[in-house]
Write a protein that binds this ligand. Structure first.
Ligand code: KE4
Length: 424
């Protein structure tokens, strides 16, 4: 078989089109996927892997689900992009607004980064303020202003931020620890009246999985209102994933601007930001905050997104939560039985894994977890046909295609892989 990775490295930096795919923090070379089948990936070298990455959370029904494939095939037959308004953009915006009480209007874009970048500019334009408060370990895409103490690929590669991000680009970005109320108050008090936005992943999933402490989101809601800043929930992962109305539904906390992606696009390049009309109407062409995109609201992506949202019922979320519970309970037991200090947190339908003796509440604690043990466990599982994220700073996404047998097999593999880790 031709060496795809060697060819890739000759023509693509690092051989990948997104750094976290490169296996940099777990070692070894990435496999190449030929196709997806429900809960599985089929690799170019013929392996069939049980996939808990599910395109980093973009797939919730499982890969190549018929309703998505048929919707995209039908849409493609009519053309791939028009650069004009289309019916499905209206239908998708209406669907999001119907499900998220705080969202009256929606702007569709092509990636989570683009949605976050637009949300930052919108918050600054709407408030006339410059400062941004973000949380260490949260990741909002690779926009300059938020590439400080970011999670996901930035954390995976151990980068302080990124070369090319100028001090000026982050001069107005204040970073505090997740779940740290005192640090939030200190930042707000240090810069009274200057914050345009408080940005947060309502359930942090890019430093590993770290749920908000009880009352933390309500605290951020109250402080944002008190200080005249917009509360921006980055729900690219949690949106339509942890419940029908994402984190805002689960925690009953309304954001001023909400960011969506992944599930919303059904695996196609689509993301969105939404909020009250009074805020969203600041966006061009109505308002002075410019934003644009050739492929925004792409007809194939809106077809996929509508197909996925149309297929999801409340019962499906209950089922996903049951599977995540079985998975995390089983993983915790398997690792404990092998005498390994590990945590397997769950946030509704999301599952996490940290190699450390006690629960993780912020980025510093996530960074203190045993990344080498994670890497050994990752390979032990991959060798047994189970694909976890190739980074300790990500999350597991059981899909509706993962059967009880799949999860039982995962736990069996974990017990064996845990013994490998213990022996190392
Ligand atoms: P994209 O620009 O990658 O579509 O979305 C950026 C983004 C924004 N907000 C949150 C909460 C996110 O998790 C992401 C992207 N997630 C990572 C994985 N956790 C993408 C994987 C990658 O970078 O390849």
């Amino acid at each position: 078989m031709d060496d795809l990775f060697a060819r890739a490295r000759r023509r693509i930096p690092g051989g990948v089109n997104s750094p976290v795919r490169a296996f940099g923090s777990v070692g070894g070379e990435p496999f190449f996927t030929a196709r997806g089948e429900g809960a599985h990936l089929v690799t170019e070298d013929g392996r069939r892997l049980l996939d808990y990455v599910q395109s980093w959370g973009a797939s919730i029904l499982g890969h190549a689900h018929p309703v998505v494939v048929e919707a995209v095939q039908r849409a493609a037959a009519d053309g791939t992009s028009f650069g004009t308004p289309t019916r499905r953009e209206v239908e998708l915006a209406e669907t999001v607004a119907d499900r998220i009480p705080s969202v009256e209007k929606v702007r569709l874009v092509s990636s989570g980064t683009e949605a976050a970048m637009t949300a930052v500019r919108l918050a600054r334009g709407a408030t006339g303020r410059a400062k941004l408060l973000k949380f260490a370990g949260c990741y909002h895409g690779h926009l300059d202003a938020l590439l400080v103490a970011a999670g996901s690929g930035v954390a995976t590669l151990g980068l302080p931020g990124s070369a090319g991000v100028t001090p000026g680009a982050v001069a107005d970005t204040v970073v505090v620890p997740f779940n740290d109320r005192k640090a939030v108050d200190a930042a707000l008090d240090r810069h009274p009246g200057e914050f345009a936005a408080l940005l947060v992943e309502p359930v942090a999933a890019n430093m590993g999985l770290v749920p908000p402490a009880p009352g933390f989101l309500e605290f951020l809601r109250e402080r944002a209102t008190a200080h005249g800043a917009l509360l921006v929930f980055d729900e690219v992962i949690t949106g339509f994933r942890i419940g029908p109305a994402g984190a805002q539904g689960r925690f009953a906390v309304a954001a001023d601007v909400s960011i969506y992606g992944k599930v919303l696009g059904g695996g196609l390049p689509l993301a969105a930001l939404g909020g009250p009309a009074a805020v969203m109407d600041e966006l061009a062409p109505l308002g002075p905050v410019y934003q644009a995109g050739t492929l925004s609201g792409n007809p194939l992506a809106t077809a996929a997104g509508l197909a996925v949202l149309g297929a999801l019922t409340d019962d499906h979320y209950a089922e996903l939560e049951r599977r995540a519970t079985t998975l995390t309970t089983g993983l915790a037991a398997a690792l404990a039985d092998a005498g390994i200090a590990a945590q397997a947190p769950r946030a509704f339908t999301l599952a996490g894994l940290f190699f450390r003796p006690d629960p993780v509440t912020d980025y510093a604690e996530a960074q203190a977890a045993d990344a080498a043990a994670y890497a050994r466990f990752f390979h032990g599982m991959l060798d047994r046909g189970v694909y976890l994220a190739p980074s300790a700073f990500e999350t597991m996404f059981p899909s509706l295609a993962h059967t009880d047998d799949d999860i039982a097999r995962t736990i069996e593999c974990a017990a064996e892989a845990a013994r490998d880790v213990a022996r190392a």
